[in-house]
Each structure stands twice: as structure tokens, then as C-alpha cells.
Ligand binder design. Structure first.
Ligand code: GDG
Length: 474
């Protein structure tokens, strides 16, 4: 059946789970993207195309929680070349300021082209005449152009969740022109920040030679492409509601008690990724204890590192490094029942995340580079009492909006130490003033507003396709 709205993303919004009786089923994966897109999907009877994880073949389209889902299968070779290789070994480090060294391999590129083509063909086969297709993220940057060739009638939007690098870095990529042309297949290319959109337009002018004016690119065939910022957000009301719920309040108290009721709890929650700056942050914290400026009787740092991309060598090395660092810090500085760092290498249900946010006095988010960072916004959304302090990297997209955080340069260990200490010692009047302002930003610009503004801009640009209906207000 043809659909008026097609969402194309690397992953489906569900994970495989094994039921108690041994049979397997699906569970909606946690995360903002589903919450954001679900209402627009429902209003337009849309479909979502994506990889369910694993190498299972012959998966049929299915419905989950009223959402139409079309699974794309991947072979082991696709996973190694397209996903772990070109997406996570080439593009991810290149787009994050070369925090790690990107690898360029021609076989990875071939695999990326091949998988993008399969996604484009699947989207082309499912889209109704004049339908809207919304393609997501760095794994699928060739899909817009491939889809445009197959189906010139479509209205195509693309959204990049990670940073788009400055020309000086992007230029290293042997396939730079193909990627830019891939993106130009869309009518609207959305980024987290204005600077990313400007990087893109500048590169298109320099490398592809198209005329540009402000946020518009003029193609020789008469089409125009718009590149605009749409800073992503979270379901702020949903997080606040969860944080206010009785079980979460009780669990937060339980967590503090289990930590030995320290005066202050510091918290970091990140995917275990080298862009997130976990190692440097823990070092800074440990030095504060060594210097005698913090005491393990007074404070504890809870670091949750969510397992991620464990098949990629770089990630395994990072995990070992952090394991060693935490072991050394606790061995040197901890006392019985009083570790300096309480380290958890695990993922948790959303309610547990909300309880951790509620239990923490100082939230520490210090990536070297991050498209947005939703964890920072989730912490703010949960602090309905207007207390709690946020230490935030200047290089997270979220720093553009959350100006009242204690902003830090994550490469500057002394600067981070000062900020951690200031946040630890801040007067309640000061934390309240800052948190109130940040809460206003996060509640006003939630994920529903993000999806609506992307969709409405997409309906305005381009001469192709028909407009999608906005999400119904519940
Ligand atoms: C990319 C960009 C951009 C994490 N652990 C658990 C869990 N989470 C949830 C968090 C949050 C999300 O995952 C992580 O989002 P971030 O924004 O912090 O980071 P990335 O994963 O790197 O996301 C990023 C984002 O895309 C959106 O555009 O902001 O810059 O890199 O929502 O709460 N959720 C649950 N258990 C966990 O253990 N339930």
C-alpha cells in the first residue's frame, strides 16, 4: 500500500526482545525520535523504514503499537562495511572534529553506496504519488539524490542529527562531492545548528559550484534546496511527569541512600563514545579529590556509560581505558563504602534515567563535540523544583540554547575543575535562577515543536509533492 509519509532511518524504532515463553517480539526503543515522529506518522498514516539490528533475512513489514514498520535486512558484510565501517569508522569521527582518526577505505564506501541504494529503492516503492519522505542522519546521506532520481514527484526532507563539519575537515573525504550531491537531492536539509547549515552551503558553493544565497542553493535544473537549523529537543512534559511520579521520586531517594547519602551527587550519562569526553571529565573530578577540594565523604560521581558499537575496535579500547582509570581512581582515592566514582556500564529503563536525573545535584555533560546532547535537556526537564546545576560543554549543540549552564571547554582540565567546583558550591539562589531560565527554554522548544517546524518548512519549500498534515493535538 502506498504511503503519503515515509520515514527512512538507519534503525527502526523497535528492538527485538525475547518473551518469557521464549518467542521473540518487538519493543519500542527508548528515545526521542520515536516520540517526535510518532504523532506526525499517525496523522499521515505513515510508514517507517529501517534496520531492526542483526542479520535476520526475509523479515516482513509489520505493525507495532499502531505504527507501520518495514524492516531492512543487513548482511554481515553490510554491517562491517556500511555500518561499522563507513558510518562509524569514517563519517562519525570526521563529523565530530576528528576526535578520533577517520579511516578511508574504498570497500567501505562501496558498501555505503550499496546500502543507501537499497534504502532509496525501498522508499521509492512505498511512497504514494507526491508523498513526503523524511530521511534521517549520516548513515543515509546518499538516499535523497537516489530517491529523487527514482521518484522526481516526491517531496524529500533530510535531517542530520550529528554536527556537519567545517569545510577544512570535510574536504579530506575522498567522496566529498558525492555526499554533497546526495544531500542536494532533498528539498530541505535540516541541521542542529546554524553553523552546520552554513558549512554545508559553503561547501556546496566551493565544491559543487552551485549558486547559493543565504540558506538557499540554486541547482542548474531549476530546483532550490534549503539548508536550515532545527535544534532537536525532547518530550519535556513527558520527562517532567515521569520525574514527578511517586515511583521515580521514591527510587531517587533510594539511589541517594544506596550511595551513602553524600551531600552532593555528580552524574554523567553517556553512550560509551570517545566524543563524549568521559575520560577527561573523570580525571578532572579525581584531581579535585586529590587536591583536597572535594572529599569522598561529601560527594560521589555516578557515571553511567551505556554500551555502544562494541564491535568497533576504537570503542573497545576506550572501554578498557575507562575501566582502568576508574579502577585506579577508586583504588587511590576511595574509602570503604565510599568510592570516588560509582561506575555503571549498562543501559537502563527510562524511569531509572529519570530517577538518576532527580537524584543528581550536578549533571556533567562534557563532550568534545555533540550534535545536540539530549541528556542535558532531559536533566533540565526533570528538575521541576528549579534546583540542580548543569555543567555543559561549549561544544555540545545544547550549549547554544542552555546558556545558563556552567559552560566549559572540555579540553581544558583546569577550567573543568573550576566549573565542577563552582557548580558544587553554588548558592541555591544561583542554581535556581539558572535552572528556571533553562527550563523555560526546554519546555517551550520541545520535540513536538521541532518535528512540527521541520514539517512545516518542508511543506513550504520545493515544488514537489503535497504537504503533510501536522500532528493532531491530543
Ligand atoms: C545523537 C547525537 C543528538 C541513553 N542511555 C539510555 C537511554 N539513553 C537515551 C538518553 C537520550 C539518548 O539516549 C541519547 O541522546 P544524546 O543526544 O545524548 O546522544 P547520542 O546518542 O549521541 O545521539 C546527539 C541526538 O542524536 C538526537 O538528535 O542530540 O548529538 O550524537 O535520550 O536518554 N535511554 C534509556 N536507557 C539508557 O540506558 N532508556
Amino acid at each position: 500500500m502506498p504511503y503519503d509519509l515515509v520515514i527512512v532511518a538507519n534503525r527502526l524504532p523497535v528492538d527485538r526482545v525475547t518473551q518469557p515463553d521464549g518467542s521473540s517480539g518487538w519493543r519500542t526503543s527508548p528515545g526521542g525520535l520515536v516520540t517526535a515522529i510518532e504523532p506526525v506518522m499517525r496523522a499521515n498514516d505513515g510508514v517507517w523504514i529501517g534496520w531492526p539490528g542483526g542479520t535476520e533475512e526475509g523479515l516482513e513489514p509489520f505493525e507495532h503499537d499502531g505504527l507501520e514498520l518495514v524492516p531492512m535486512s543487513m548482511t554481515q558484510a553490510d554491517i562491517e562495511g556500511f555500518y561499522e565501517g563507513f558510518s562509524n569508522g569514517t563519517l562519525w569521527p570526521l563529523y565530530h572534529d576528528l576526535v578520533a582518526k577517520p579511516e578511508f577505505h574504498r570497500e567501505w564506501w562501496d558498501s555505503y553506496v550499496h546500502v543507501n541504494q537499497r534504502f532509496a529503492e525501498k522508499a521509492a516503492s512505498l511512497a504514494a504519488e507526491d508523498a513526503t519522505v523524511w530521511v534521517h542522519d549520516y548513515q543515509l546521506q546518499l538516499v535523497p539524490q537516489m530517491l529523487r532520481t527514482l521518484r522526481p514527484d516526491l517531496r524529500i526532507g533530510f535531517y542530520l542529527h550529528i554536527p556537519f563539519p567545517p569545510a577544512e575537515l570535510f574536504q579530506q573525504l575522498p567522496w566529498r562531492r558525492q555526499l554533497l550531491e546526495g544531500l542536494l537531492g532533498a528539498d530541505l536539509v535540516g541541521f542542529q545548528l546554524p553553523g552546520a547549515a552554513q558549512n554545508f552551503v559553503r561547501l556546496v558553493r566551493q565544491r559543487v559550484g552551485h549558486k547559493t544565497h543565504r540558506d538557499l542553493v540554486y541547482l542548474p535544473d531549476g530546483r532550490t534546496v534549503r539548508a536550515s537549523p532545527f535544534p532537536i529537543s525532547i518530550d519535556a512534559a513527558g520527562f517532567e511527569e515521569m520525574a514527578r511520579s511517586e515511583p521515580v521520586v521514591a527510587r531517587a531517594a533510594e539511589i541517594r541512600e544506596a550511595l551513602g547519602d553524600p551531600r552532593k551527587v555528580f552524574l554523567g550519562i553517556d553512550r560509551l563514545d570517545y566524543t563524549k569526553g568521559i575520560f577527561a571529565r573523570l580525571r578532572a573530578y579525581a584531581e579535585l579529590i586529590e587536591d583536597g577540594q572535594l572529599d569522598v565523604e561529601d560527594a560521589v560521581f555516578v557515571q553511567v556509560a551505556v554500551p555502544s558499537r562494541e564491535q568497533v575496535e576504537e570503542y573497545r579500547i576506550l572501554r578498557d581505558e575507562i575501566d582502568r582509570l576508574v579502577g585506579r581512581i577508586n583504588g587511590d582515592l576511595g574509602r570503604i563504602g565510599r568510592p570516588a566514582i560509582s561506575y555503571l556500564h549498562s543501559s537502563y529503563p527510562r524511569e531509572e534515567m529519570a530517577a538518576l536525573y532527580t537524584a543528581a545535584d550536578v549533571m556533567v555533560v562534557t563532550p568534545y563535540r555533540d550534535g545536540m546532547n539530549l541528556v542535558a535537556k532531559e536533566y533540565v526537564a526533570c528538575r521541576y523544583d528549579n534546583d540542580g546545576a548543569l555543567v555543559l560543554s561549549e561544544f555540545a549543540g545544547a550549549a547554544d540554547e542552555l546558556r545558563q549552564a556552567w559552560l566549559v571547554n572540555p579540553y581544558d582540565i583546569n577550567g573543568m575543575k573550576s566549573a565542577l567546583l563552582e557548580a558544587f558550591n553554588a548558592e541555591p539562589r544561583e542554581t535556581t535562577r539558572r535552572m528556571k531560565a533553562m527550563r523555560k527554554t526546554v519546555t517551550q522548544h520541545d520535540v513536538a515543536a521541532w518535528a512540527a517546524s521541520f514539517m512545516s518548512e518542508l511543506s513550504d519549500v520545493g515544488t514537489h509533492g503535497k504537504a503533510v498534515k501536522p500532528a493532531r493535538r491530543s
